[in-house]
Design a protein around this ligand. Structure first.
Ligand code: SF4
Length: 204
């Protein structure tokens, strides 16, 4: 069996035609960021801007995610960001369960390569495919689950925050929970090279 490497992962995604989503796309969007980040974000699928550029989370939702990370002192380049499916669904529809299942092999490979300690699941598609098929994001967001030493938390997808700004308050609470988990695990200062901000400075 061939050794799993980032080069192999990239070539497998590029060549993949395991589902119909690859028809009509401009670019595959494998994901990007620190290849050994302790913190990984997983969203649903590429949108229009991501499809044009071949990069994950570079459209308006991605820009919001970058600001949310900055708000808890994390530079985006120190995390790894990707999606459940690597090809843009037509009209940004939700990927079908079959499409998500077909693409999970790529997500498993990149999770194996990154080996994150903490994973944030952005939106229902990521949470249902990686945590619980019955999950209700509005009820179960912000809750931590530990699997084989990896801590996972579902929260709203940034696109949902753009559609409904009322959700931003809850999303901010989840980002604070994320910061607290990173501090608890000793990852915040050590791996991000930043002093853990106190509660007051984060909240204002
Ligand atoms: S979405 Fe995933 S499984 Fe489907 S063709 Fe693209 S890379 Fe392959």
């Amino acid at each position: 069996m061939a050794e799993i490497t980032w080069e192999l992962f990239q070539s497998q995604v590029e060549a993949c035609a395991q589902c119909g989503l690859c028809r009509g796309i401009r670019h595959k969007v494998p994901g990007q960021g620190d290849p050994h980040a302790p913190l990984m974000f997983i969203g649903e699928g590429p949108g229009q801007v991501e499809d044009e550029q071949g990069l994950a989370f570079v459209g308006p939702a991605g820009q919001l995610l970058t600001r949310m990370l900055a708000a808890i002192g994390l530079p985006r380049e120190r995390v790894y960001i990707c999606n459940v499916v690597k090809c843009r669904p037509p009209q940004n529809r939700v990927p079908t369960p079959e499409e998500a299942q077909a693409c999970l092999i790529h997500l498993r490979t990149q999770t194996y390569l990154v080996r994150p300690r903490v994973i944030v699941l952005l939106g229902s598609t990521a949470a249902r495919n990686l945590l619980d098929p019955e999950i209700r994001i509005t009820r179960q967001r912000g809750q931590w689950t530990e699997r084989k030493g990896v801590w996972m938390m579902p929260t709203y997808h940034p696109s949902a925050l753009l559609r409904d700004p009322e959700k931003k308050r809850d999303a901010w609470t989840d980002m604070q929970r994320l910061r607290d988990k990173l501090i608890e695990l000793g990852l915040y200062g050590d791996l991000y090279g930043a002093e853990a901000p106190d509660q007051k400075s984060i909240s204002t």
